[in-house]
Write a protein that binds this ligand. Structure first.
Ligand code: ADP
Ligand code: ZN
Length: 496
């Protein structure tokens, strides 16, 4: 690149200022940069948006030779190279999408490939590693973009005794975020979503995550029909439309992007004011990563989720039907359980989230459970009524049913199905009329989340688990959370 500047041997702070326009290093950046410039090894664990880029890019510029960045995602390579080139740095990427003869570091335009290598930074994927044997590569750094693993082992010495790993110093930044966490019981998700969005400052940009493409499209149309500037994004959309929607989201103010989790990888929009989930994420890791796209600029942001019984039943079914052996399914089940525990906690959401990743913290004072500590009530008798209904149907008639019909029995409803099946003759018929339909859904959801009940098969029929016995015998206490509906602008239902 004719206009690219040479920063070899320069003061890192000056480079930071001239290339990135920042006044000072943040947090541990300065120590890390110095360590790498001095030829040391560093293992840095920071959340997305923590400022990792500078820690490997500045040393790549200051040290003689070429720095190599190994990156897990082609989209991230493009972003980084574009940003560096725009700042006047010689940068190029190398990845498996390039045809073998040109599979040399190539920036855009391709013809400048080889000269780029002589100095500057190159971004590459592991598949193209053979190229790394080139003597002009002076640094190898790996850009970790994945969310922090649960209780990571100390990285030093963890790798197979290579000189490099044992000499590495490590830095670990807090993964805490400043977002306000809100999780509401799902009653009428689209209406709840609209009132949540309307409760945000006018013109706020946000991302709404849904599980399926169909749900993405329907939700985007619904929001648009409500007068919101909402666009869909998922892998099945026409590429031109997808690209146009993405660039509108990045460029214009106040666009709401309704997306599957495919959206967000490599998107660095600092002023996303809210992230909403209308379907339960599959894991706490996923939830952390998706919600982490809000408030990267450090200004206030809110992350909101509506979660209900249907989510639990649906996800258990997806796990049952997923290809994979028993231990794989068990792992998926554990991920889901951790996510459910976060949803049903009566403690601080943020504290729970951080504790999941092994970080101790104080209650945040800013999440829904901190602001309005949830009421709890003794759900033992309700749980016993439900479990004994399930037991009777199973033992006396060999039948199993989903939540809807069981609730009808407990509430003494007069439906055709109840009449046909003679379920009004069950001894528990009408025994749970003191609770509303919504209350019962909340009870069942929480029992499922705790493994006191299990949902089975295509229709999510409910069955007892090993943990049910203790409840039926009255030995296991069943404190339940009373759902707060509409507390966070969710609307959509009233408490009974
Ligand atoms: P990561 O690679 O860890 O995801 P980035 O390197 O993309 O994070 O940085 C996240 C955000 O913080 C970016 O918007 C970047 O511009 C900003 N940033 C990073 N370092 C500094 C700094 N020293 N001063 C000001 N802003 C910074
Ligand atoms: Zn809190």
């Amino acid at each position: 690149l004719p206009d690219a500047r040479d920063f070899t041997g320069r003061d890192p702070r000056e480079v930071l200022h001239e290339v990135y326009g920042y006044d000072a290093f943040r947090g541990d950046q300065s120590d890390i940069v110095q360590r790498v410039i001095d030829g040391g090894d560093a293992v840095v664990l920071m959340p997305t948006g923590g400022g990792k880029s500078v820690t490997y890019q500045v040393p790549a510029l200051v040290r003689p030779g070429t720095g190599l960045v190994v990156s897990p995602l082609i989209a991230l390579m493009h972003d980084q190279v574009d940003a560096l080139v725009a700042n006047g740095v010689r940068a190029a990427y190398l990845n498996s999408t390039q045809a073998p003869p040109s599979a040399r570091p190539s920036s855009r335009p391709t013809s400048r490939a080889t000269s780029t290598c002589s100095t500057g930074a190159t971004t590459s994927a592991p598949t193209t590693w053979p190229w790394v044997t080139s003597p002009i590569v002076s640094r190898v750094s790996r850009a970790w973009r994945s969310p922090p693993r649960r209780r990571p082992r100390p990285p030093a010495r963890s790798s197979s005794g290579s000189a490099c790993a044992t000499r590495a110093r490590s830095w670990r930044a807090s993964i805490a975020r400043t977002s306000e966490y809100r999780i509401d019981a799902k009653v009428d998700p689209r209406r709840q979503l609209v009132s949540f969005i309307r409760s945000q400052p006018e013109g706020s940009a946000g991302i709404v995550y849904a599980l399926s493409r169909k749900s993405v499209e329907q939700t985007a149309s619904y929001l648009a029909a409500q007068g919101l500037d909402a666009l869909p994004y998922h892998a099945g959309l026409d590429p031109a439309i997808r690209a146009a929607n993405q660039s509108r989201f990045l460029r214009d103010d106040g666009v709401v992007m309704v997306a599957t989790i495919a959206f967000g990888m490599g998107i660095d929009k600092p002023d996303v004011r809210f992230v909403a989930h209308i379907d339960l994420p599959k894991s706490v890791e996923g939830y952390y990563q998706e919600t982490g796209r809000a408030g990267r600029d450090g200004d206030p942001s809110v992350v909101w989720m509506a979660y209900g019984l249907g989510d639990v039943v649906q996800q258990r079914r997806m796990i049952d039907q997923s290809p994979g052996d028993r231990s794989y399914k068990m792992r998926l089940g554990q991920h889901l359980d951790a996510m459910l525990a976060l949803c049903e906690t009566v403690g601080c959401r943020r504290q729970n989230l951080l504790a999941y990743f092994g970080e101790q913290s104080e209650p945040c004072g800013n999440c829904d459970t901190c602001l309005t500590p949830p009421d709890t009530w003794d759900g033992l008798v309700a749980a016993q009524k439900l479990l004994s209904t399930i037991v009777r149907l199973q033992r006396e008639r060999g039948q199993a049913f989903g939540a809807g019909h069981l609730i009808d029995i407990l509430r003494g409803a007069k439906t055709d199905r109840i009449a046909q099946q003679g379920h009004d003759r069950l001894s528990t018929y009408g025994l749970g009329a003191d609770l509303s339909d919504q209350d019962w859904r909340s009870v069942i959801r929480q029992l499922l989340a705790r493994g006191i009940l299990v949902a089975q098969g295509d229709y999510g029929t409910l069955a007892l688990s090993e943990a049910s016995g203790g409840v039926l015998r009255g030995e296991t206490p069943v404190p339940l959370r009373r759902d707060a509906l509409g507390r966070t602008g969710g609307g959509g239902g009233s408490r009974q």
